[in-house]
Design a binder for this molecule. Structure first.
Ligand SMILES: N[C@@H](CCC(=O)N[C@@H](CS)C(=O)NCC(=O)O)C(=O)O
Length: 240
């Protein structure tokens, strides 16, 4: 394997939660290896999950190796990257904790998205929990999605220049972009209906998409498409 600054460990065929980390690595412009997408990489991922890397074993991907350090939990990994690459976060304690707070709120929403297609058990197939999924997705689309996006729209409005932390860009803007794209893939009807209420977020996503490093990444083969094996899944029956 070629030398890399960072090693990212995530399931090889889906963007999933790994994508939040990938976007930050791409924006930081650092070299990284997407380990599980390399030959023999899945074995390395599974070995680390089983605690064979020494130190604290992660519970689930994504995880990131930086030198001897092995870190898990998406929000934790992003906070770490932001502490090393100033492009990802404006200086100051207030910004650091505000970014982390927003990222954890994004993580809460991501969890609820997953629950729409796996409300009963994460290890069972969607097909084995369809009635429950329909009920859960109904409540999500009706109440939770507008509440979360309404909140983020409000946060964005507080910023003068259209970033979640105010005038300056941060890694949370990348995650918000990914969230908007994922939600539009999974729930196109609900997102269209919400459109007039989330104009700020839509404009924000378009601006993030156009950032030089992000646009170039999105056009590359490193970017994986959404599918019904991932976190953001499109099942028309759940998008009422
Ligand atoms: N809170 C963790 C959640 C990690 C997680 O659920 N990872 C998924 C893939 S996106 C997984 O492989 N989970 C396996 C499991 O929960 O058993 C994070 O944000 O990183």
């Amino acid at each position: 394997m070629p030398r890399a600054h960072y090693e990212l460990y995530y399931w090889p065929k889906i963007p999933g939660r790994g994508e939040f980390v990938r976007l930050a690595l791409e924006e930081a412009g650092v070299s990284y290896l997407d380990v599980a997408r390399q030959e023999g990489g899945m074995e390395s991922l599974l070995a680390l999950l089983k605690g064979r890397g020494g130190g604290l074993a992660p519970f689930a991907p994504p995880f990131l190796k930086s030198g001897k350090l092995l870190l898990a939990q998406t929000a934790n990994i992003l906070l770490y990257l932001a502490s090393r690459h100033e492009r990802l976060l404006p200086p100051g304690e207030a910004n650091r904790f505000a970014a982390h707070q927003l990222q954890l709120t994004i993580a809460d929403l991501v969890f609820e998205v997953h629950e729409t297609h796996h409300p009963t058990a994460a290890h069972l197939y969607y097909e084995d929990q369809k009635p429950e999924a329909k009920r859960r997705a109904g409540a999500f689309v009706e109440a939770r999605l507008p509440k979360y996006l309404g909140y983020f729209e409000e946060v964005l409005r507080c910023g003068d220049d259209g970033y979640l932390l105010g005038r300056r860009f941060s890694y949370v803007d990348l995650s918000m972009f990914q969230l908007m794209v994922g939600l539009s893939y999974a729930f196109p009807r609900a997102m269209k209906r919400l459109g007039p209420r989330i104009r700020g977020l839509s404009g924000h996503a378009a601006r993030i998409r156009a950032r030089r490093r992000i646009a170039s990444y999105l056009a590359s083969t490193r970017r994986l498409p959404f599918s019904e094996d991932g976190l953001f899944r499109h099942y028309p029956e759940l998008d009422r």
